[in-house]
Every structure is written in C-alpha cells, then in structure tokens.
Ligand binder design. Structure first.
Ligand SMILES: [Zn+2]
Length: 73
C-alpha cells in the first residue's frame, strides 16, 4: 500500500468517512490496535493496488488499524 498525501483532511473525511457520525478533525479518537489517542485530523490515507483508499491510524504503517478500529474517548 502506498500513502497518499491529503491536502484537506475535513473534506476527505466528508467524502470518504464510512459511518454516519462524521467527526471533526479536531476531535480525539482512540485506535484499538495500537491503543493510542490522536486527533482525527492526523489520520493517514493508504491506497492499495486496486486503487481502493483506506483511512488509517496516524501510526500506520507500524499500526494496521483503520477507521473501523477508532473508538470514541
Ligand atoms: Zn493504531
């Protein structure tokens, strides 16, 4: 997977966030995989070979958590 640089994180979330309760970039979430707390706006985006994009933990690629592993704190 290749990391993609996102200029406007809030816009990217609005267009790609998979759940209904869209978070703001300044909100904090916790990643269940690496157990770290982060600001939503620090997420990374990775693209696989088929062109699918994944919203990932800020600690990726060391952490393999994605947006579905984020929990509210
Ligand atoms: Zn993580």
């Amino acid at each position: 997977m290749k990391e993609i640089k996102i200029e406007d994180k809030q816009k990217y979330l609005r267009e790609n966030y998979p759940f209904a309760d869209l978070p703001e970039v300044y909100e904090k979430k916790r990643c269940m995989h690496c157990d770290s707390t982060f600001f939503v706006g620090t997420f990374k985006v990775f693209k696989n070979e088929s062109g699918m994009e994944f919203i990932c933990c800020p600690n990726a690629p060391e952490c393999n958590g994605t947006v579905i592993d984020w929990i509210d704190i």
